[in-house]
Design a protein around this ligand. Structure first.
Ligand code: PLP
Length: 370
């Protein structure tokens, strides 16, 4: 048996009819761009996230970029965030002309250490960008308190946290504005690229509608500089169908997570912790072990190919050397980055595959006395 960290074929087989009919409906409608499906998905997904407005865009990176633009963030501004995120969080900040300023993380949750945010604030800071990593929310109560005190904006990166909650409120509804991705691997993922910006603020909403469409308003008339970041009808139609299944996807992920916790409780892998007042939606099931590389090598020999999220924190990547961070600047980000790896996690993962993985881990731990 070959095991990968993520697979979609079984889920696709189960939903084949729905997906194909959604695509056909769009192709037969005569409206391929910015039509009814996009509008409906924006409205339905915003409702799911308990926010007033959603603006569908072409991917999660541009969702962050446009959200920052809508907030008026640009050249010379600083945005406080973390370095243990997907590169797009950072590339979006840089694309809008701002500078990312990194704070370290909490070791137990891998999330932004909110206690470190205030000391990173300078006269140039305009925004805090918490990343709800792996399916779990940052402590937004604290983030919002700090933001209020220093008159800063807050933008949530929700690409990995569909359906997660903090104090019973959904990720994406906990700040001024939020950005998400519907990249195929995501909890709600399409068969291609898509994203959305979410907000309760009507002015931001109207600005976002312009920014994603060449700055146009009221027909073929650009009233401010804009971009082409449209979500297309086919992906919106697929996502509308898949949105009907989101609760099921999340409960399956949570079930798989509980099984992993049971099956691996007798090993010394550090297992994920669901923090108080938060519901984890388990986009990823990330574990830690100091002998990570040995474990992954051994798993490969057994045809189990796992991913590391992320093999290098962004502040140490060659492309961002000019930001002048060095090894040792973010000790917990760097330490956990050398030890973590992700067990396979997707709703259609079978119990047989899960047992194959956990049996292999037990065998490796025993063989090498880890
Ligand atoms: C935390 C995070 N932010 C942003 C993104 C960007 O999303 P996309 O790949 O749709 O551009 C992703 C996904 O790759 C992500 O995981």
């Amino acid at each position: 048996m070959t095991i990968k960290g993520w697979e979609y074929k079984l889920e696709y087989e189960n939903e084949r009819e729905e997906i194909h009919s959604a695509i056909e409906e769009v192709l037969n409608s005569g409206q391929l761009i910015l039509g009814e499906k996009v509008k409906q998905f924006e409205s339905d997904y915003a409702k799911y996230c308990e926010v007033g407005f959603g603006v569908g865009v072409d991917n999660g990176t541009n969702a962050i970029f446009l959200a920052l633009k809508a907030l008026g963030i640009g050249n010379g501004d600083e945005v406080i965030t973390v370095a243990n995120t997907a590169v797009p969080t950072i590339s979006a900040i840089i694309s809008c002309g701002a500078k990312p300023v990194f704070v370290d993380i909490e070791e137990s949750s891998f999330l932004m250490d909110v206690a470190k945010v205030e000391s990173a604030i300078t006269s140039k800071t305009r925004c805090i960008l918490p990343v709800h990593l792996f399916g779990q929310c940052v402590d937004m109560e604290q983030v919002n308190l700090i933001a209020k005190k220093h008159n800063l904006k807050v933008l949530e990166d929700c690409a990995q946290s569909h359906g997660a909650t903090f104090n019973d409120q959904k990720a994406g509804s906990l700040s001024d504005i939020a950005a998400t991705s519907f990249y195929p691997t995501k909890i709600l993922g399409t068969y291609g690229d898509a994203g959305m910006v979410l907000t309760n603020n009507e002015d931001l909403y109207n600005k976002l509608l312009r920014l994603r469409f060449y700055g146009m308003e009221g027909g073929y008339n650009t009233i401010e500089h804009g971009y082409n970041c449209r979500l297309d009808e086919i992906h919106a139609a697929i996502l509308l169908k898949k949105l009907n299944h989101i609760s099921d996807y999340i409960s399956k992920r949570r079930h798989i997570a509980e099984q992993y916790k049971d099956l691996l409780s007798d090993t010394n892998l550090v297992l994920p912790v669901e923090m108080p007042f938060r519901k984890h939606s388990y986009y990823l099931f990330v574990v830690r072990h100091p002998k990570r590389d040995l474990i992954l090598e051994e798993l490969k020999k057994r045809d189990i190919f796992l991913n590391i999220h992320y093999p290098s924190p962004v502040h140490l990547m060659d492309g961002y050397k000019y930001l002048n961070y060095k090894n040792g600047d973010l000790p917990l980000t760097e330490k956990t980055g050398k030890e973590l790896f992700s067990l396979p996690m997707y709703p259609s993962m079978t119990e047989e595959k899960q047992l194959y993985v956990t049996d292999a881990i037990h065998e490796i731990m025993k063989k090498f006395q880890l």
